[in-house]
Design a protein around this ligand. Structure first.
Ligand SMILES: Cc1cc2nc3c(=O)[nH]c(=O)nc-3n(C[C@H](O)[C@H](O)[C@H](O)COP(=O)(O)OP(=O)(O)OC[C@H]3O[C@@H](n4cnc5c(N)ncnc54)[C@H](O)[C@@H]3O)c2cc1C
Length: 326
């Protein structure tokens, strides 16, 4: 029986899996098609793709900066240069934006490249029998592990494990906010020297020019468009039934804001992140219940960024080292 089952291969899951694998046997299960979680990438054709979740990281803490620089030296990540236009004209310090060299799930891919990882493997139930964990997967298979670490967004975590969590965690005051993202490729335009645009608009908050990331050459212009919080909240439970309508509405708005015309669209797709961000720092960085052999780490403990996932995973690792499983 392996030591640790890690549920989730996002930044938190891949970081804790990587740290634990130095001492323990570890295996990952993720319900998605591939690694990265909310830092995942959607392929369009050949090497052309959209980062439809996490856009970039700009480290705040010393520890995370050190980690990011180490990845940059290994060429796993790179700087995202160019013109990042802010049409809200809010005064902000210039920060360096780091992206994956090939895609934004390079962070996770690199951390777990030597760890057995299972995709399209949703954990549907977990039971602790006082010695080990019995984990049921979506295909009804059962797998057995000595310890488990959960890294899901808070609503999914409480659904899966509420009977094993204490009130301190279950009563945390946090709110996960949705985000609607549209991926679009336009033909018949010359490439423009713009990397991203922050809009002052009710529908569209931000757009990223995928061609500016120097990962591919294309005669099409690829954009990832993120909607505002207000608009995303309004349509998150509606858009799946009327994809064409909402996609059309967002792309019409993008045409008004930028001049990219709907008639020149070669590809379009819409994605809804139901649990995109938590804006509130809960004051708890992670959880390790030594007796129950259960750990939890994720971004939402500390904020809304990939850095928060990484810090949470590192905090959990420290707790496990202090109180190791017997
Ligand atoms: C649109 C968008 C834009 C963003 N932009 C930025 C940005 O520019 N910069 C930044 O720093 N952060 C950004 N973020 C936030 C960043 O993406 C997250 O903070 C970070 O990726 C979260 O990582 P995580 O590992 O904590 O969680 P996740 O990435 O959500 O990982 C959880 C994983 O668990 C899996 N899972 C859940 N339940 C189960 C189950 N029952 N069984 C198996 N697997 C399960 C999921 O499939 C997922 O892979 C953005 C997020 C979104 C949605």
């Amino acid at each position: 029986m392996k030591d640790f089952c890690i549920v989730g291969s996002g930044i938190a899951g891949s970081t804790i899996a990587n740290l634990l694998s130095k001492k323990y046997s570890v295996e990952i299960f993720d319900k998605a098609r591939g690694p990265g979680g909310r830092a995942s990438n959607r392929r369009y054709k050949a090497n052309e793709s959209f980062d439809h979740g996490l856009q970039y990281v700009s480290p705040r803490s010393k520890e995370f900066k050190k980690f990011i620089i180490s990845l940059k030296k290994k060429k796993i990540i790179t700087e995202w240069p160019g013109n990042h236009i802010d049409l809200t004209f809010k005064k902000k310090n210039h920060t360096i934006k780091y992206i994956g060299t090939k895609s934004n799930n390079d962070f996770s891919k690199h951390l777990i490249n030597k760890i057995q990882s299972n995709y399209l493997s949703e954990v549907t139930n977990i039971e602790f029998n006082s010695k080990f964990w019995v984990i049921t997967l979506n295909n009804k298979d059962k797998v057995y592990f000595k310890n488990i670490v959960l890294t899901c967004p808070f609503p999914q975590l409480s659904k899966l494990s509420s009977k094993y969590l204490d009130k301190k965690i279950l009563n945390l005051k946090l709110k996960m906010i949705p985000n609607i993202t549209v991926m679009v490729a336009y033909k018949n335009y010359k490439q423009i020297p713009v990397s991203s645009i922050k809009f002052n608009d009710q529908t569209i908050a931000w757009a990223s020019h995928e061609n500016s990331k120097n990962r591919f050459r294309s005669n099409q212009s690829l954009w990832t468009i993120q909607c505002t919080e207000r608009f995303s909240k309004k349509i998150i439970n509606l858009f799946k039934k009327e994809k064409k309508k909402y996609q059309g509405l967002i792309l019409k708005k993008f045409e008004e804001l930028t001049g990219y015309q709907i008639k020149n669209i070669a590809f379009q797709n819409i994605h809804g992140w139901k649990y995109a961000y938590n804006k509130i720092n809960t004051g708890v960085p992670s959880v390790w219940y030594g007796k129950k052999k259960l750990g939890v780490c994720a971004d939402w403990f500390m904020g809304s960024k990939a850095e928060d996932s990484w810090l949470s995973a590192n905090s959990l690792y420290k707790e496990i080292k202090k109180n190791p499983p017997k």
